[in-house]
Design a binder for this molecule. Structure first.
Ligand SMILES: *Cc1c(COP(=O)(O)O)cnc(C)c1O
Ligand SMILES: [Zn+2]
Length: 376
């Protein structure tokens, strides 16, 4: 077995460890599983001849090459931009096969699902994670059922459907959708971008790429939109592995941006809460981060604190304004992604600070949102 000895499932709550060959997605104690990489990142082991995120396959928890489900995704451009008179590197994460960074998680998770010979999965998502899991399952020939909130965006629902996934539209909140998916997952496998730790070992490649693109150096700050934190947690794992391998001087600071209308992480961080609060939420145009109760919130808060980061909230009109600022630079992204730029406007940049901002999802998914603001 190739990488089996380098990886273990582990549970932070009860300290249990499991082999990755077990088809599980949570601990017997009911808590989250994470995956520990016990190896070291060795730059000599990067497969430079592979022009996708699979060039890092030696550090990814997949055994056999034949199980890799890939469209050649990753290695997204890192482009220098200046908006609001602030310079930063934009990582163009909307240039993935399904139009968002969720493909990073999906390519690794669905490869593992294929490796485990699982034939049917369920997932719940308000959009992009469902698109990504559906597309990779289509390629792998795995049956896929996606639970979505009844009010999910038509563009994303049609994308999920056309890949051949079964859609279950659920009335009620995002939490109720997740509950329904969990019940269904008892009979199949839960390909959840929130629960399933393989997803995070896909999103960690975001950091490897930045490190390589900056000339094998880490940036000072990652400023990003946060809902469930699958990019934030994955990016942290990536930079932590690089740091632990002696390849960087520090782990970058993580600055999370949330929509004021739905900002549990902001509240928990600013008020130093020890429990998940019942917050009042309003509808936000940033639908990709409209998550009232992010399941891995403790992990998110820990990362922000440990790296000396911060949480910034932005208003609806600030999000739209930033989407238009980006478009004037020739970049068309979802309102969810524009929240990061609205956050940048409020962020105090230090001298020589190297900031990376992922632009997470493609604007083509949000036409109906933008039409309201355009005279056409
Ligand atoms: C999922 C998503 C996010 C937020 O990611 P989390 O993992 O939920 O924090 C941001 N932007 C887009 C376009 C997304 O699809
Ligand atoms: Zn446990």
């Amino acid at each position: 077995m190739k990488n089996e000895s380098l990886f273990r499932f582990f549970c932070k709550s009860c300290n249990a460890e499991y082999l990755l060959s077990k088809p599980i997605w949570r601990c017997v104690c009911g808590s989250f599983l994470d995956i520990k990489f016990k190896g070291k990142i060795d730059p000599a082991k990067i497969k430079k001849e592979i022009f996708s995120l699979w060039r890092y396959r030696e550090f990814l928890p997949i055994e056999k090459d034949e199980n890799i489900v890939s469209f050649g995704e990753g290695l997204t451009p890192l482009v220098k931009l200046q908006i609001y008179k602030k310079e930063f590197f934009a990582k163009l994460e909307f240039l993935f096969p399904t139009g968002s960074f969720k493909d990073r998680g999906a390519t690794v998770l669905v490869s593992k699902i294929k490796e485990l010979k699982i034939k049917k999965v369920v997932e719940d998502s308000s959009g992009n994670a469902g698109c990504a899991i559906s597309a990779y399952c289509a390629k792998a020939g795995i049956d896929c059922e996606i639970f979505v909130p009844e009010n999910a965006s038509p563009a994303k629902i049609s994308q999920i459907k056309i890949y051949g996934a079964k859609i279950n539209a659920i009335k009620g909140t995002r939490d109720e959708v997740a509950k329904k998916a969990l019940i269904s997952a008892e009979k199949s496998y839960y390909a959840s971008h929130v629960w399933n730790p393989f997803f995070f070992h896909g999103t960690k490649t975001f950091s490897y790429e930045i490190w390589e693109q900056l000339g094998f150096k880490e940036p000072d700050t990652i400023l990003l939109p946060v809902g469930n934190g699958t990019l934030l947690i994955g990016a942290y794992i990536g930079f932590k592995e690089l740091f632990d391998s002696g390849l960087t001087g520090k782990i970058p600071r993580f600055v999370a941006i949330q929509a004021e209308n739905c900002s549990p992480i902001y509240k928990i961080f600013k008020e130093n809460l020890k429990n998940m609060p019942e917050i009042e939420t309003k509808k936000t145009i940033a639908e990709g981060i409209s998550v009232a109760k992010p399941a891995r919130w403790q992990n998110i808060i820990k990362i922000i604190k440990e790296t000396g980061g911060d949480v910034i909230v932005v208003k609806e009109e600030e999000i739209i304004e930033s989407a238009f600022e980006l478009a004037r630079e020739g970049i068309y992204v979802e309102p969810t992604s524009a929240t990061a730029i609205a956050g940048l406007k409020k962020y105090e940049v230090k001298d020589n600070e190297i900031i990376v901002i992922p632009l997470t999802g493609h604007g083509l998914k949000s036409m109906e949102n933008y039409l309201k603001f355009l005279e056409v």
